[in-house]
Design a protein around this ligand. Structure first.
Ligand code: ATP
Ligand code: MG
Length: 555
C-alpha cells in the first residue's frame, strides 16, 4: 500500500475479548463464520469474515467455518464451494475441517428430546394460520395452543413419529415452551423443528424434520466451543432465545452472542435474496458479474483481497449505522493497486495520428519501466512508428481555456517519446474528426524542447504494434444510493441501464502474455484487470475496468 495500512483500531468486541482474556474467563478465543449456503457471499459477508477470522488471527485464536445448512430447499454444493473459495481468496483459512450444522442433526434431535422430557418443548398441530393468530402482536400477548398441555409422554411419542415420517409436511411442529406473553415475540414458544420432506445436500433423504436456525445456531456454537458468537444486529432480539436454549440443556459450554451493525453500501444491495433475483432475472451475467457486490464479482472486477480487507478495517465494527459510500471501497482498492499494478498504455477511444515527418516502415523502440517507484517490476520496449493511436478525448478542435492536450497548432509530449505537434485535421463527410496529421520534434527524445514549454503528456500506441482488446467499462449498478429503501418499489426499477459499456480499444502487446486476473494501471485511464474467464491464450484480449484513477463519483 502506498499509504500505511490502517492500524488495528479497537472496538467494543475487542474490548470484551481483552477483558475475557484478562479475567481468565477464556484462555483463548474461538469465533466462527456461519454462512447459509444459499447464495454467493457479498461485501457485507466480507466484513463479517474479516471480523471473525481477523480476531482469530490477532488473538492467536481459532475461527471455524460452519455452514448453517438447515433450509435444504435453498441450499446447494455450488454455493458451499463458492463460499469456501471466497474465504480463501480473501486470505483466510479456517480451523480444521469445514463444519456443517447438519453434522449435528442427531445431537440436535437428542437435545430436543431432552427439552421435551423436561417439559420444555411440545408438539403442536395448529395450522400455520392459527399459529399466527395465537402468537398475538407486539401490543397484545399471545394465547396458548391447546397442545401446550400435552403430556411429556405424548410429546415424546409424537416427536419420534414426526422423525419417523408418519405425518405430512407442515402438519406438526415442535415448539419450545417458553412464554406466550413475552414482550419479545421470539420467546412466544418458537418453533424449533418442522416437518419438511426435502432432499438435503449432505444428509440426502435421511431426515424429514429439520431444526430451525435459532435452535441450531446456539447449540452448534456450544458444541464447537465458540467463545464469542458475533452476528449482525437483527439477531439482538434472538439473543434471549439463544441463551434460553443453552441454559436449559445439559451442555456445558455457553458462548456469548454479540451483535454489530450490518454493512450497507450505497448504490448497491447487500441481500443474497435480492442478488439472486438479479441473477435469475438476468439483469447481470451471473453471481460473479463484475458489477455485483459479491466477493466473486469484486474479484472478477479486479478488486484485491488486501483492498477489501483494508476496507473492512476502515468501516470498523460498532452498533451504529454502517452505510458506506462505494467510493470508500474503491479508494481502498485504488490505493492497493497504486503500488501493486504494473503500468502500461492503452487507448480506449482511439483517434489515428499520422506522423508526417517519420519514416514509413521504421520502428523506434524505447525502454520504459512498468512502475516508476518499483524498478523490480521490470521494463519493456515501447515501439514508436509513423501511425499511432491517441485517445480521442485528448484532442479538441475548440479547446477550453487551459487545455494542455492536443489541438491544431498545439504541442504535447507523447509519454516515453517525442513532443508532437498537430498540423492538420482530417474530417469525414459528416464533419467528424477521423485523423490528425502531426509532426514530431526530433530533438525532444528524453529532453525538453528549446525555447518553449510543453506541459501536457498523453498516452498513445503504435498502430502497427498495438493489439485489439475488448474493454468492459462498468458504472454503478443502480442509479440511486438506496435502491431497496422503499418497500413498495421493486429495487430493479433503479437498475442503471448504463452500468456496462463494451468498447473496442487497443493495448500494448506485452499484456497478451498476462495470465487471467492480472491487474494493470492503464496510464491516465484507470485500473483494469484481465477477465477471469474470457481472457484466454489464443483468444481475444478482455479487460474489466476495476476503478478509474480518481474518484469520479464524488459530486
Ligand atoms: P443475507 O441477508 O444477504 O441473506 P444473511 O445474514 O442471511 O445475509 P448468512 O449466510 O446467514 O447471510 O450470513 C453469514 C454471516 O454474515 C452472518 O453472521 C451474518 O450476520 C453476516 N452478514 C450478513 N450480511 C452482512 C452485512 N451486510 N454486514 C455484516 N455482516 C453480514
Ligand atoms: Mg442468514
Amino acid at each position: 500500500m502506498s499509504s500505511a495500512p490502517t492500524p488495528i483500531v479497537s472496538n467494543f468486541i475487542r474490548t470484551i475479548i481483552d477483558a475475557d482474556l484478562a479475567s481468565g474467563k477464556h484462555g483463548n478465543i474461538v469465533t466462527r463464520f456461519p454462512p447459509e449456503p444459499n447464495g454467493y457471499l457479498h461485501v457485507g459477508h466480507a466484513k463479517s469474515i474479516c471480523l471473525n477470522f481477523g480476531l482469530a488471527q490477532d488473538y492467536q485464536g481459532k475461527c471455524n467455518l460452519r455452514f448453517d445448512d438447515t433450509n435444504p430447499e435453498k441450499e446447494s454444493q455450488e454455493y458451499a464451494q463458492s463460499i469456501q473459495n471466497d474465504v480463501r481468496w480473501l486470505g483466510f483459512e479456517w480451523n480444521g475441517e469445514v463444519r456443517w450444522a447438519s453434522d449435528y442433526f442427531e445431537q440436535l434431535y437428542q437435545f430436543a428430546v431432552e427439552l421435551t422430557e423436561k417439559g420444555l418443548a411440545y408438539v403442536d398441530d395448529l395450522t400455520p394460520e392459527q399459529m399466527r393468530e395465537y402468537r398475538g402482536t407486539l401490543t397484545q400477548a399471545g394465547k396458548s395452543s391447546p397442545s401446550r398441555e400435552r403430556s411429556v409422554a405424548e410429546n415424546l411419542d409424537l416427536f419420534a413419529r414426526m422423525r419417523a415420517g408418519e405425518f405430512a409436511d407442515g402438519s406438526m411442529v415442535l415448539r419450545a415452551k417458553i412464554d406466550m406473553a413475552s414482550p419479545n415475540m421470539n420467546m412466544r414458544d418458537p418453533v424449533i423443528y418442522r416437518i419438511r420432506r426435502a432432499h438435503h445436500i449432505r444428509t440426502g433423504d435421511v431426515w424429514c424434520i429439520y431444526p430451525m436456525y435459532d435452535y441450531t445456531h446456539c447449540i452448534s456454537d456450544a458444541l464447537e466451543g465458540i467463545t464469542h458468537s458475533l452476528c449482525t444486529l437483527e439477531f439482538e432480539d434472538h439473543r434471549p432465545l439463544y441463551d434460553w436454549v443453552l441454559d436449559n440443556l445439559s451442555i456445558k459450554c455457553h458462548p456469548r452472542q454479540y451483535e454489530f451493525s450490518r454493512l450497507e453500501l450505497h448504490y448497491t444491495i447487500t441481500s443474497k435474496r435480492k442478488l439472486l433475483q438479479l441473477v435469475n432475472d438476468k439483469h447481470v451475467s451471473g453471481w460473479d458479474d463484475p458489477r455485483m457486490p459479491t466477493i466473486s464479482g469484486m474479484r472478477r472486477r479486479g478488486y484485491t483481497p488486501d483492498g477489501i480487507r483494508e476496507f473492512a478495517k476502515r468501516v470498523g465494527i460498532s452498533k451504529s449505522n454502517n452505510t458506506v459510500d462505494m467510493s470508500v471501497l474503491e479508494g481502498c482498492v485504488r490505493e492497493d493497486l497504486e503500488a501493486k499494478a504494473a503500468r502500461v498504455m492503452a487507448v480506449i477511444k482511439p483517434l489515428k495520428v499520422v506522423v508526417t515527418n517519420f519514416i514509413e516502415g521504421q520502428t523506434e523502440s524505447r525502454v520504459a519501466g512498468f512502475h516508476p517507484q518499483h524498478p523490480e517490476f521490470g521494463e519493456r520496449l515501447v515501439p514508436f512508428a509513423k501511425e499511432i493511436w491517441i485517445e480521442a478525448d485528448d484532442f479538441s478542435v475548440n479547446p477550453p481555456e487551459g487545455w494542455q492536450r492536443l489541438t491544431v497548432g498545439g504541442e504535447v509530449r507523447l509519454r516515453y517519446s517525442y513532443v508532437l505537434r498537430c498540423d492538420e485535421l482530417i474530417k469525414d463527410a459528416a464533419g467528424n474528426v477521423v485523423e490528425l496529421r502531426c509532426s514530431i520534434d526530433p530533438d525532444t527524445l528524453g529532453k525538453n524542447p528549446v525555447g518553449r514549454k510543453v506541459k501536457g503528456v498523453i498516452h498513445w500506441l503504435s498502430v502497427e504494434h498495438a493489439l485489439p482488446a475488448e474493454i468492459r467499462l462498468y458504472d454503478r449498478l443502480f442509479t440511486v444510493p438506496e435502491p431497496d429503501a422503499d418497500k413498495n418499489v421493486d429495487f430493479c426499477t433503479y437498475l442503471n441501464p448504463k452500468s456496462l459499456a463494451v468498447v473496442q480499444g487497443w493495448v500494448e502487446a506485452v499484456v497478451r502474455e498476462a495470465a487471467s486476473e492480472t491487474r494493470y494501471q492503464f496510464e491516465r485511464l484507470g485500473y483494469f484487470c484481465t477477465d477471469r474467464y474470457a481472457h484466454l491464450p489464443g483468444k481475444k484480449i478482455v479487460f474489466n475496468l476495476t476503478a478509474t484513477l480518481k474518484d469520479t463519483w464524488e459530486k
